[in-house]
Design a protein around this ligand. Structure first.
Ligand code: PMT
Length: 398
């Protein structure tokens, strides 16, 4: 996720979670955003404006009349500068003021003056959050198009456990990403993505597997979420961080993957098979761990797994079906053959002959092949970037 060149205005009102906003401002800058901060008077009692000034790299606006430069009235200047205005933490007080049109300080006045999207991050004591007035104010704002990331349930500064905790940065950044970088082009579309390498059991501790990490599938998922796709991941790797906004289920073997997909195939608009599925599995897997002494006489009989993608292509109805091909030679030729044989709409042919692209690394090198014969070759790049490109091609052709 990148926010290069984006203008993010952060409003900090007087909640104890203001210290978390400091971390958020720093991370937004690390992701390439330009950040400016406005603090309410109460917020400055909890954390110094110097902190936000240092972290954003720009003086913090605290008062209505403390910075008129070049006749640029600051609440207007900041209001029109912002691509998005994130109010974090948003206290019951500031939520109430915005909902009622009160503009009596820099933050509330800027909220009224801006035409950019406003994202509220409420964080407060549970009883305050659940208070009917606060809930009515939030509803009023949501109905008017204000964005909201709900607080989480957890331990609060007031030493109780309940709803009101400042949400994870991942959740906040996913919403910012959708607003600034997405165009909602997959809104309402159900997208199924498989990721990672299957493991075929030899015995309870050994398996035949491959080096697929799942990173490519997860990068595509992130790009689809940015476009507001309803993303479900079937993953063979339980250790990867799941993108906020995606649901996930875990499988191990090719057979489990097949069963999981078959159950839900008809419910999806888009299916992307980024998983590296085993082509062979042991005919029998031992119930007990095979002893070292048995190894001399051990031979492993293998049988084919079912080709899940081939099967999906055969029974395709409304789905847009995307396959991958991991190849070390004749990448495009082999990719074209798979596109046709498996009845796909799009195929990503990966050149996995090198060590710095493909399996279990952060980069991938791909040629995108479309059913209509078009072909797009890309240099080796970060999987996040390639995920964006794959989703762009998908949107153009869906
Ligand atoms: O997971 P990463 O570490 O990020 O690495 C990404 C990747 C290199 C694994 C990924 O980009 C990729 O190329 N995935 C597909 C790997 C693969 O299995 O390729 P294949 O050419 O063997 O299979 C062709 C297609 O058929 C694939 O979409 C595969 O999911 C599918 N297949 C294969 C075998 C099988 N039994 N059933 C299948 O559905």
């Amino acid at each position: 996720m990148r926010f290069e060149g984006k203008h993010i205005l952060v409003g900090i009102s007087g909640g104890i979670a203001a210290y978390k906003t400091a971390g958020m401002v720093s991370h937004l800058r690390q992701l390439g955003a330009e950040v400016r901060c406005i603090m309410t008077a109460h917020a400055t009692k909890l954390i110094s404006p110097i902190t936000f000034g240092e972290l954003s790299g720009y003086p913090v606006a605290t008062g209505m009349f403390d910075g008129i430069t070049n006749f640029d009235i600051r609440h207007i200047a900041l209001a029109s500068w912002a691509d998005i205005f994130v109010i974090a933490p948003a206290t019951a007080n500031i939520i109430g003021k915005i909902a009622s049109g009160i503009a009596d300080d820099m933050l509330s006045t800027t909220a009224i003056a801006t035409t950019s999207p406003i994202l509220l991050i409420p964080a407060m004591n549970t009883h305050m959050y659940e208070n009917v007035v606060v809930q009515e104010n939030l509803k009023k704002l949501k109905d008017r198009g204000y964005l909201l990331v709900e607080p989480e349930i957890g331990h609060l500064a007031c030493n109780v456990t309940g709803k009101g905790r400042f949400p994870s940065e991942d959740k906040i950044f996913t919403t910012i990403d959708q607003v600034l970088n997405g165009k909602s082009r997959l809104q309402g579309k159900r997208v199924l993505i498989t990721a990672g390498g299957t493991k075929e059991k030899i015995d309870p501790v050994r398996y035949i597997g491959n080096r697929s990490s799942g990173k490519m599938g997860y990068a595509i998922a992130q790009a689809a979420i940015r476009e507001k796709g309803l993303v479900h991941i079937i993953s063979c790797n339980p250790h990867l961080k799941v993108p906020v906004g995606a649901s996930v289920e875990y499988v191990e073997t090719a057979e489990e993957l097949k069963q999981a997909i078959d159950l839900q195939y008809m419910n999806y608009d888009v299916v992307i098979m980024a998983a590296a599925v085993a082509d062979y599995k042991p005919v029998k897997s031992a119930l007990q761990k095979i002893k070292k002494e048995e190894l001399n006489k051990l031979s492993l009989a293998l049988e084919s797994t079912s080709d899940i993608l081939l099967n999906l292509g055969q029974k395709k109805q409304h789905q847009f079906l995307v396959g991958f091909a991991a190849e070390t030679t004749n990448v495009i030729e082999n990719g074209k053959k798979k596109l046709i044989r498996k009845n796909l709409d799009m195929l990503i042919a990966n050149d996995v002959s090198g060590t710095n692209s493909g399996f279990d690394v952060d980069n991938n090198k791909a040629t995108i092949l479309l059913q209509n014969g078009s072909m797009y070759t890309y240099p080796c790049m970060k999987k996040e970037k390639l995920g964006d490109i794959i989703i762009e091609h998908l949107i153009e052709n869906i």
